[in-house]
Design a protein around this ligand. Structure first.
Ligand code: TXA
Ligand code: MG
Length: 314
């Protein structure tokens, strides 16, 4: 066990967080999507510590976070499609998977030995300041123990990883609340994970639907595993009311314990999804009944996470 420092979102906190990253330590930090568990992406030992802290069963490839699209070009082979998507959605909740440059200089653990790299420019002002102060590439998965719900507050991170990481930069709740959308650009555009940028917006920009990655070939991303983002309670989807041993997660006008969005706003629902699941799970009931969510815009990413949370556990 180490003593996990809770850092304030000020100059001193950012300087301390950047110094810890430079020393090869792990720092959880807020992004607009969820809290990330950051390490220097060039430092093998630091990246290995991420897997150790999360208790990840195996080495899955990680997303590298950089301060700008210009910086991203040092690590990946850029393309016109990458430029168009980065122009439209960076900084923001979009991850691009592009061919890894031979001279990238990143730890092999970041890519799990793949010839491609997942990279994004986060929009959160604190993430941006931290990346600026550190100056290098930061590998960061979501800051939760493997298989559990992603953290959208510093308190969620503490609940999952206290004593296992050097520090947490506390930036309050994450505004988007869902992980980034992942688009593969190593061939024809592929949707690898629904997320914070609705796929409709990406299709509109590309002028075509990205290929849906239903049967991942070379790798199973953790975000693609059936049972993931799991609360301790059993989830029952498309429910109209709670049973006696359940609490109810609502959407729109419905009687419930917590409501994702009483006015049925999908952006608000996305931001509330993980915090509400954390809160309901803490009540210790056997089950969580979840109201139906429309399958459009951010509703697709919400339903994707709900389906995985409801899937049978391995
Ligand atoms: O919003 C987010 O993306 C958050 C914040 C912290 O940035 N990060 C996040 O990381 O969700 P993580 O590790 O929980 O999910 C990363 C996903 C995984 O499903 C991983 O397999 C996939 O990205 N991935 C990483 N590198 C890849 C690659 N080269 N090809 C395909 N998928 C890749
Ligand atoms: Mg994750």
């Amino acid at each position: 066990m180490i003593k996990t420092e809770l850092l304030d979102p000020d100059e001193a906190g950012i300087t301390r967080a950047a110094g810890l990253l430079a020393d090869g330590a792990l720092v959880a930090f807020p992004t607009e999507t969820v809290y990330g568990l950051g390490a220097d992406a060039r430092n093998n030992l630091a990246v290995a510590r991420i897997f150790e802290a999360k208790g990840r069963p195996r080495f899955n490839p990680l997303i590298v976070h950089v301060a700008s699209a210009d910086k991203a070009r040092a690590y990946v082979a850029w393309s016109d499609q990458a430029e168009a998507l980065a122009d439209a959605f960076w900084p923001g909740p979009l991850t691009l998977v592009l061919p890894l440059r031979a001279d990238a200089g990143l730890s092999d653990l970041v890519t799990a030995g793949l010839p491609s790299l997942a990279i994004r420019v986060p929009a959160h002002p604190l993430a941006h300041k931290l990346l600026g102060a550190f100056g290098g590439p930061v590998a960061a998965p979501s800051a939760n123990p493997s298989g559990r719900i992603s953290p959208t507050t510093a308190q969620h991170v503490i609940a999952g990883l206290d004593g296992r990481i050097a520090a947490i930069l506390d930036g309050g709740p994450c505004p988007v609340g869902l992980e980034s959308t992942i688009i593969g650009l190593t061939g024809a555009p592929r949707l690898l994970r629904h997320g914070g940028v609705p796929v409709e917006q990406i299709a509109a920009l590309l002028g075509a639907d990205p290929v849906q990655d239903t049967a991942p070939q070379t790798l199973i991303a953790p975000g693609q595993m059936e049972s993931h983002y799991a609360p301790a309670a059993r989830l029952r989807l498309n429910a109209t009311a709670a049973r006696p041993d359940e609490v109810m997660l609502g959407f729109g006008e419905v009687e419930c314990n917590l409501n994702l969005s009483p006015l049925a706003d999908l952006t608000e629902a996305a931001a509330n999804l993980f915090p509400h699941l954390h809160s309901l799970d803490a009540l210790g009931m056997a089950g969580i009944a979840v109201a139906p969510i429309p399958e459009r815009g951010l509703g697709r990413a919400i339903n994707d996470r709900l389906k995985r949370a409801a899937a049978p556990r391995p």
